[in-house]
Design a protein around this ligand. Structure first.
Ligand SMILES: Cc1cc2nc3c(=O)[nH]c(=O)nc-3n(C[C@H](O)[C@H](O)[C@H](O)COP(=O)(O)O)c2cc1C
Length: 170
């Protein structure tokens, strides 16, 4: 175990790299602000939490420009990107003026932006917000969902995007 280190010896960079070894999908989380404008950002901290009731969460950094909109007891949506939506992931992680400009979206019952052509989307009511160090843990209760089994998910691991999927036996 020569690569094992106590936490005190681990620098932030090393810790980020180790945590980044955990492969995830990529989502764009969306909501509307107090003025009714769409807001959203790329997030890979998405996790399913519970089936009864159906709960999911994502973690939002405290410095986020969208913090108020997401913690204001509003609805939000989780959009699971397909492998053809890498540019959307990059756009929603960047500082462009209007992240939604080039991305078709619609609304369902709760009025929050649902991106089109995703692998899956979940429209959620705000359920709870917990402090999580330098992030807020935002939990939502799924009210409506969409899934397209024909599309392949975009994946993220070790700081890079991946699209290739080789299925191995369970
Ligand atoms: C693949 C990927 C995953 C990300 N995951 C998260 C996340 O889970 N939570 C978060 O707060 N930021 C995450 N980010 C960073 C935000 O997308 C980025 O900082 C964005 O500019 C924040 O915008 P905002 O200030 O409008 O919230 C991620 C970025 C990328 C590229």
């Amino acid at each position: 175990m020569e690569h094992k280190k106590r936490l005190s010896e681990t620098t932030t960079t090393e810790l980020r790299r180790a945590l980044g070894a955990f492969a995830t999908g990529v989502t764009v989380v969306t909501t509307i602000d107090a003025q009714g404008q769409p807001v959203g950002l790329t997030a890979n901290s998405f996790t399913s939490v519970s089936m009864e009731p159906p709960l999911v969460l994502f973690c939002l950094k405290n410095g986020s420009a969208s913090l108020k909109a997401f913690t204001n007891d509003t609805a939000f949506a989780i959009n699971v990107l397909s492998h053809e939506q890498r540019q959307i992931s990059q756009r929603f992680a960047s500082k462009v003026d209007d992240r939604f400009a080039m991305t078709p979206w619609e609304t369902w019952s709760l009025g929050v932006p649902i991106l089109q052509d995703t692998v899956a989307s979940f429209e959620c009511e705000s359920y709870a917000v917990y402090e999580g160090g330098d992030h807020q843990i935002i939990v939502g209760r799924i009210r409506q969902s969409y899934f397209n089994p024909q599309r392949q998910p975009l994946m993220y691991v070790k700081g890079g995007y991946h699209t290739h999927q080789e299925e191995v036996a369970a």
